[in-house]
Design a protein around this ligand. Structure first.
Ligand code: DC
Length: 238
């Protein structure tokens, strides 16, 4: 029986897997593992929005200042590099990976990603990567807008309570004190903004598979997606 890896070794054209879902559903952990198993490139589109947000924060640009945001988009240079399978986001020549994981940057990314100028700039970069490589790409609008023809689309979600619990545990492990209710409110606010913005909001694509990870382990989710993907490969073969 063929599987994704053996099929790819036979020189098939490149494959695109899209994983969308709300903050804290486990997208990046799962997408990363999946990409490793398949030998694909993992494209973390959230990191690109975070890098733009970092630029706006550094330059004191207000999230609602549409005009300055549009002008800055023309000045900002964002590129992506890969070393040993890890994605590095380069903002105007600087590797900003270690600067973009804060709540402040995450919230700013959510607030500024509503602007069309920001989205159009990054979508182009994302589509170019997917044209050249086998990718597992995660984000909010990948299946609906960035890669409408992706071979496999997953809508990965989990309950707000479970996502808040995971985030809280993560912070605890880093030795940081956090209020669970506040995290929950933050998540709800982020969901609300990401799902209700005008341009390319977060929603399940019609042809996406809905996966609720609340009661599943990371490996169980990865295995499920592998199964779906192998089925697609096998179906294409016949
Ligand atoms: O996945 P993340 O938390 O790193 O993303 C940060 C924010 O960026 C998210 O709240 C909304 C925005 N984003 C987006 O609008 N579209 C994407 N494809 C990825 C992220």
């Amino acid at each position: 029986m063929s599987n994704a890896n053996s099929q790819l070794k036979h020189g098939k054209a490149n494959y695109n897997i899209a994983i969308d879902g709300p903050a804290g559903a486990g997208k990046s952990t799962i997408a990363k593992k999946l990409a490793k198993k398949l030998g694909f490139i993992y494209v973390d589109t959230g990191a690109m929005y975070r890098a733009m947000a970092l630029y706006f924060l550094k330059h004191d640009i207000d999230a609602s200042d549409q005009e300055r945001i549009a002008t800055s988009c023309k000045e900002v240079d964002i590129t992506i590099e890969y070393k040993n399978g890890e994605q590095f986001v380069i903002l105007n020549g600087e590797n900003v990976n270690s600067l973009i994981r804060t709540e402040e940057v995450g919230n700013m990314a959510s607030a500024t990603s509503v602007h069309k100028a920001v989205r159009l700039k990054l979508v182009e970069l994302q589509q170019e990567l997917a044209r050249k490589e086998n990718v597992v790409m995660d984000g909010r609008d990948i299946g609906t807008y960035v890669l409408p023809n992706a071979d496999l689309k997953i809508y990965l979600t989990a309950s707000v309570k479970e996502r808040a619990r995971r985030r809280w545990t993560e912070l605890q492990e880093k030795g940081l004190v956090a209020d669970r209710d506040e995290i929950e409110r933050d998540i709800e606010e982020r969901d609300n903004r990401d799902m209700n913005r005008e341009f390319a909001p977060l929603k399940q694509a019609e042809d996406a598979i809905y996966l609720d990870s609340s009661e599943l382990t990371i490996d169980e989710v990865v295995d499920k997606i592998m199964e779906y993907f192998n089925k697609i490969i096998n179906d294409k073969e016949v």
